[in-house]
Design a protein around this ligand. Structure first.
Ligand code: PLP
Ligand code: COI
Length: 339
């Protein structure tokens, strides 16, 4: 195995040794298979290729100072995967199958788990695809569930340094009664062009507004949004955003730190009132937001006045990371130690 420069890792695909798979055939999930093959062979009329029958998850494993491997909130990811599967008519799976496969793939690739000091982690990517052929638009009768892992550093290149985001009103990611609340590939296809335009203009992500009225904040590319106003942690309530497990955890951490938490629609103009703001997610952890430029009305909201992460984002980030790496007590039972 090649020497990995752990602290230089970005968020990309770094090859690892094994992936695990499980096939759904004849109305049931089969045995877990381990393989070193990174390719998939499937029918050219598979529904994932034509009609977007695909759902995925993202979670991380962390190596602690004590040498132990910790998974963060794996059951929440299993439950959300099932909600995604249900939403696009793919078969749900037992939570135990999900957690067993996650545990297995992490153990098989333990050499790729970044060391504690590196600040990197092992990203775990489960996905389910419809593999059975259909030409009419209807669900497949066969599915494949795969999990692979890859060691990663920060999602946004600036890491914990505040990064700029853009509002592009000409693009929607998801509609209120669409698939925004589940983690299906189609949502990312819908947002990929807007994301590319934002990157070309030097922004890290698009801050999507609600598709119906273009009045409220939805989410920031592949992450939820939160704003800090005094002692309040404020995050959008919306029918078109992914319920982020990181955000759910941060709401609890904020309460534990004595903050008030509000989950409600956030009008765009309220951006002017926040002391700090951030994007949060498994990949993003917390990315403090430097500035949000509304590119259609040429308005800029500055959210990191000194160009550095604010004190509340920093406190939340440190508290969350401490739980994930095992440096702080896991008082809510979020962590699973892999033996
Ligand atoms: N929103 C979107 C669109 C995402 O892709 C993600 C990433 O999973 C999140 C939010 C953050 O969710 P989580 O904290 O569960 O990773
Ligand atoms: C995650 O945070 O796990 C994500 O899924 C983000 C990903 C789309 C890059």
């Amino acid at each position: 195995m090649q020497e990995i420069e752990w602290s230089k890792l970005s968020f990309g695909y770094y090859p690892t040794a094994w992936n695990v798979r499980c096939y759904y055939r004849d109305g049931k999930w089969g045995e877990i298979e381990e393989t070193q093959d990174t390719n998939i062979s499937m029918h050219m009329a598979a529904t994932c290729l034509h009609y977007g029958q695909e759902a995925f998850e993202g979670l991380k494993a962390f190596k602690g100072k004590d040498g132990k491997t910790r998974l963060f909130r794996v059951e929440e990811n299993a439950l959300r995967m099932n909600r995604s599967c249900e939403g696009i008519m793919m078969p749900e799976m037992p939570v135990e199958l999900f957690t067993e496969m996650v545990t297995k793939v992490v153990k098989l690739n333990i050499d790729y788990l970044p060391p504690y000091e590196s600040g990197a982690s092992l990203y775990i990517r489960p996905l389910v695809i419809g593999t059975g052929p259909q030409v009419g638009v209807r669900p497949a009768n066969e599915y494949l569930f795969i999990i692979f892992v890859t060691p990663v550093g920060p999602y946004f290149k600036d890491g914990f340094k505040p990064t700029p985001m853009a509002i592009l009103r000409g693009y929607d990611r998801a509609a209120p009664l669409g698939t925004g609340t589940i983690k299906v590939g189609g949502n990312y296809a819908a947002g990929i062009k807007a994301g590319h335009i934002a990157h070309e203009k030097g922004y890290s992500a698009v801050l999507f507004l609600d598709a119906k009225e273009k009045k409220y904040i939805d989410e920031c590319g592949p992450a939820n949004f939160f704003g800090i106003k005094g002692n309040k942690y404020i995050t959008p309530k919306s029918e078109s955003i992914l319920p982020s497990i990181t955000n759910k955890s941060l709401m609890q951490v904020a309460k534990d730190l004595g903050m008030e938490v509000e989950r409600r629609p956030i009008p765009v103009e309220e951006l002017a009132e926040f002391d700090e703001a951030g994007a949060c997610g498994t990949a993003a952890v917390i990315s403090p937001i430097l500035r949000i430029d509304d590119l259609d009305d040429n308005h800029s909201y500055v959210l990191a006045k000194e160009g550095e992460a604010g004190p509340v984002c920093t406190k939340l980030y440190n508290a969350l990371r401490a739980i994930q790496y095992g440096d702080a007590e896991d008082k809510h039972g979020w962590v699973t130690i892999i033996e």
